[in-house]
Design a protein around this ligand. Structure first.
Ligand code: TA6
Length: 297
């Protein structure tokens, strides 16, 4: 048992276990669902409603190691999305850090709320002083909140943030994504060309990598194969990124199975590119995402 287990008073249904790669994982059981969050990256790797297939996808080939991002789940992307001029690594440093569990509580309905915090780290020294907290509420739905506070007395904190959620689907060929009609996006498979979504539904038949900008809409993932619809609701998020690596990119990713592109789709909620945030001194900003699923009629 990892030593973290002895640091917290945990409510019934919550335990801290040695997970994959020996990394500590918070395991949660509620009357409606189960979930898992690794302290590494405060990374949600599992959410499943009783009687339904898992909602969250994690690659069978994922690494679970210090300094390596977990492939799948809900990577916390902060303080930059994608590549960043003069900065090392893609998608910031929060997902590779070992977060602290500040608290685990249960409300009167039986929902479990976990609070994680990013400890001070060397990579953060290049930014004005900030705190980054991540709240996960497990119940009939999965609620996540990424809370950034600018502790500087004088400097704005400029950052991008994103909850980069990987969803389990039965067969990507039978999946459609709805809610983005009319939104402009950057087509990363076409040299970041700026385009507008003209269709009611996005279907997948090749690599798809699209940050949709200036959109606060709820997105619905319709999975005909699993017979379910997933709602991705969000607050304080102006960007939605839709990604499926498809065949060639899947083969290039060493921590992703060649055929796994068929069983996942990313619908990511955040503030990226022109939607990046500028947080004044002393202010706080929270990105919230709620994931709901229901059987298709
Ligand atoms: O959100 C889509 C994306 O930016 C893709 O371009 C792809 O790189 C994906 O993120 C995964 O990034 P990662 O660094 O986790 O391999």
């Amino acid at each position: 048992m990892s030593n973290t287990a002895h640091q917290y008073k945990l409510p019934d249904g919550v335990s801290i276990l040695d997970g994959r790669g020996g990394l500590s994982v918070v395991s949660v059981k509620t009357p409606w669902s189960s979930a898992e969050v690794y302290l590494h990256g405060a990374h949600v790797t599992h959410f499943q409603k009783n009687g339904e297939p898992p909602l969250i996808f994690v690659s069978q080939c994922s690494r679970f190691a210090e300094g390596q991002p977990i492939r799948g789940g809900v990577p916390i992307i902060f303080p930059w999305f994608g590549a960043c001029e003069g900065r090392k690594g893609q998608h910031g440093f929060a997902r590779n850090a070992d977060w602290k569990l500040n608290a685990a509580t249960k409300d009167e309905q039986g929902r479990v709320k976990l609070e994680f915090q990013l400890p001070d780290c060397s990579e953060a020294e290049a930014f004005p002083k900030f705190t980054l907290k991540f709240f996960v509420t497990v119940g009939e739905i999965l609620e996540m909140e990424l809370q950034t506070t600018n502790l500087s007395a004088s400097d704005n904190l400029e950052f991008e943030d994103c909850l980069h959620t990987y969803f389990t689907v039965g067969d990507i060929a039978a999946v459609s994504v709805h809610g983005l009609k009319g939104a402009s996006y950057l087509d990363k498979t076409d040299n970041f060309a700026k385009k507008v979504e003209n269709d009611d539904a996005i279907h997948f038949n090749s690599e798809t990598d699209r940050p949709y900008l200036n959109t606060t809409a709820t997105v619905e993932i319709r999975d005909a194969n699993l017979g379910r619809r997933i709602l991705v609701e969000k607050e304080n998020s102006a960007s939605t990124i839709v990604w499926n690596p498809w065949i060639a990119k899947a083969q290039q990713l060493s921590d992703f199975g060649d055929e796994e592109y068929k069983q996942m789709v990313c619908v990511e909620s955040g503030n990226v590119a022109v939607n990046k945030l500028v947080l004044p001194p002393g202010k706080c900003s929270s990105l919230r995402v709620r994931l709901k699923s229901k059987k298709s009629a």
